[in-house]
Design a protein around this ligand. Structure first.
Ligand SMILES: Nc1nc2c(ncn2[C@@H]2O[C@H](COP(=O)(O)OP(=O)(O)OP(=O)(O)O)[C@@H](O)[C@H]2O)c(=O)[nH]1
Length: 392
């Protein structure tokens, strides 16, 4: 599936930058066009793979290239004022060659959180191609204001896109790890999951060897229920026949030549279960899912139709949905079999309820501090007897 990707804000830009690098590394051919939009000049300077002509700095008059300081209302305002400039950067996107737009943003800050929904709204007015969002929720240790921003942006963004794919930093951050080092690993996990998913609809000349290749229309149909989506992933290293059996000689593992059907079937079904029951990009209950898509990727010899069919039936049982699609994604040179599950239209998500509750508490706290602020300052500045006179 070919995408035009727009990274809004720092997290959005870094994640799209990672997607471009992933795409080049794996030759998956997903990113047809990549643009980064930001109010902070320094954030754009940190990007390595998005060409500088596609890095758009907005709001220079108001924030002078320093970002909006986690104020999503200012982020929204600047995006609205500069929407034509952003649109211009996308003008040379060959729209007939792309299947969808993907807008990526961290929802806890200001630039991406306020700007991404504005851009989604504009793109949907102009184009018939679907506009998807990839929204990143903040970690809980980031504090109330980030949670409040994320809850407000989530509400808006989900309404403006055809489907909001969500990644929750909170479920992925490990304790005791530096934030920067943590993001490196997290962004790689994001690129791997969505890379396999979107790459599945983009199979080239090898497709004839696959049993039932996933097509981009199946991804689009799965996402067409709208709402919120989450993704699961599991993988296992295997001996790739094209590597000449070195691993098997070293480890005694079986090679593709002597693969028996039962073990390939079992491997595939167990990977499907692991993907669905393991850590999702946004923790959600399987049974509250409207549609699902299952992709099993790896060397064609290991992609077993019976295993995928069994996995698909199992997902139907778990989700109570009759709309579960499944297929394979042959990767000739890969050394692993991977399973990706896209759960679309998920609605049983404790984390969103929790986010909204913390956001409400943060809002009440901020409002009451603002209300008391003038009174507190007066009390501090004025002397008790009211005898001092200010200079003017
Ligand atoms: N997964 C991931 N999340 C990130 C990364 N960088 C920041 N975040 C998250 O994204 C949220 C928003 O931060 P930024 O993207 O820096 O904010 P911004 O959109 O640039 O907005 P301002 O900095 O307020 O102008 C943070 O609260 C983090 O939760 C990253 O590299 N990867």
């Amino acid at each position: 599936m070919k995408l035009a990707m727009i990274g809004f804000g720092q997290a959005g830009g870094k994640i799209v930058d990672k997607f471009v690098e992933y795409d080049q590394r794996h030759g998956s051919d997903i990113v047809r066009s990549a643009v980064a939009v930001n109010t902070a000049e320094a954030d754009l300077m940190g990007l390595n793979h998005i060409p500088s002509s596609k890095q758009i700095l907005i709001g220079q008059l108001s924030v002078k290239g320093h970002g909006v300081g986690a104020d999503p209302d200012l982020g929204r305002e600047i995006a609205e004022e500069n929407i034509d400039e952003i649109q211009n950067a996308l003008n040379d996107v060959p729209v007939h060659e792309i299947d969808a737009f993907l807008i990526v943003a961290g929802l806890g800050g200001g630039t991406g959180s306020g700007g991404a929904p504005v851009l989604a709204n504009r793109l949907k007015q102009i184009h018939t191609e679907p506009v998807y969002g990839l929204g990143v929720l903040p970690g809980s240790e980031e504090g109330g204001i980030y949670t409040l921003n994320a809850a407000r942006s989530f509400q808006t963004f989900v309404r403006e896109v055809d489907n909001l794919l969500v990644f929750d930093n909170d479920a992925w951050q490990k304790t005791g790890e530096s934030v920067q080092g943590g993001y490196e690993e997290i962004n790689e996990a994001i690129a791997t999951r969505f890379g396999v998913l979107f790459g599945a609809g983009e199979v080239g000349d090898d497709s004839e060897v696959a049993e039932s290749v996933v097509d981009s229309s199946e991804i689009i149909n799965t996402l067409s229920s709208g709402g919120v989506s989450t993704v699961g992933y599991a993988s296992e290293s295997v001996e790739n026949p094209s590597s000449g059996g070195l691993l098997s000689r070293l480890t005694g593992q079986s090679t593709a030549d002597d693969l028996d059907t039962a073990s390939t079937t079992n491997r595939v079904t167990s990977l499907v279960r692991k993907a669905a029951l393991g850590r999702l990009t946004l923790p959600a209950e399987l049974e509250g899912t409207e549609r699902a898509l299952l992709v099993v990727a790896g060397p064609p010899q290991y992609l077993n139709r019976k295993g995928i069919e069994r996995g698909r039936k199992w997902v139907e049982g778990q989700t109570d949905s009759m709309e579960v699609r499944g297929g394979d994604y042959p990767l000739m040179d890969s050394g692993k079999v991977a399973s990706v599950i896209l759960l679309s239209g998920v609605y049983k998500i404790d984390r969103i309820n929790e986010l909204q509750q913390i956001a409400n508490e943060a809002k009440e706290n901020i409002d009451s501090i603002r209300d008391e602020s003038e009174e507190n300052l007066n009390e501090l500045v004025n002397d008790d007897e009211d005898e001092l006179e200010s200079l003017f």
